[in-house]
Design a protein around this ligand. Structure first.
Ligand code: 3PG
Length: 209
């Protein structure tokens, strides 16, 4: 049984980082940490992702660092070997769930539909990611899920920003929200780490239950 929700309790915002270099990843993680946020997801879409996870853990031991965009057994192993404290997947399959069930760190499988959620529930899970949230029905879809799956808590990601964060965070069945908007591309391009801290801080103000 995954216990992702308790892992991130008290810090329900997950900034999503796609690192271009290890040094950049550490700088961004430092900026996120300075905002008071306690978790960060590093997506394995660049060759430096695993090294970035390891370096962030070393630099900021009090920050929870996980790997995202995990799709198969090999990726799961890569995440664990890098020192990930949690794993997030964009989608779900029986094979992927089987690979995840072998690990001891919390994980959050991605779902985009009621049938995906049922697959997670059948595997004994009650916490899932909802991705891509805005393209999969948004907050209105999540409201429907609460009637069908009252026991399931979701973490929407994809297409969320400060302008629509409240629509999601205010829902009773949403326990966390993730996204790249907390690490603005413009700040990353210019090395404006204080700008990243400010964006994360603003998101915390906008996250309301
Ligand atoms: C992702 O996996 O890329 C995330 O869900 C981020 O989506 P966003 O860039 O729209 O926040």
């Amino acid at each position: 049984m995954s216990d992702f929700k308790s892992l991130i309790e008290g810090t329900p915002l997950l900034p999503i980082l796609q690192p271009q270099s290890v040094e950049q990843a550490v700088n961004i993680a430092g900026a996120v940490h300075a905002s008071g946020l306690r978790s960060i997801e590093v997506v394995r879409r660049t060759p430096v992702a695993a090294a970035a996870v390891t370096a962030i853990r070393e630099a900021f031991p009090e920050l929870l660092v996980g790997m995202g965009t995990v799709l198969n057994q090999e990726h799961v192993q890569e995440a664990v070997d890098a020192g990930s404290q949690f794993i997030i997947t964009p989608t779900i399959s029986e094979k992927l769930l089987s690979a995840l069930s072998d690990i001891t760190i919390p994980y959050l499988p991605g779902t985009a539909s009621p049938s995906d959620i049922l697959l997670a529930v059948e595997a004994g899970l009650s916490e899932v990611k909802f991705f891509p949230a805005s393209l999969s029905g948004g907050a209105a879809m999540l409201k429907n899920f609460s009637a069908i799956f009252p026991e399931v808590s979701l973490c929407p990601t994809g297409g969320i920003s400060n302008s629509n964060l409240h629509e999601y965070s205010s829902l009773p069945n949403v326990f966390a929200v993730g996204g790249s908007w907390m690490i603005p591309k413009s700040c990353v391009a210019s090395g404006d780490w204080q700008g990243v801290t400010a964006a994360c801080a603003l998101a915390q103000q906008q996250f309301t239950k």
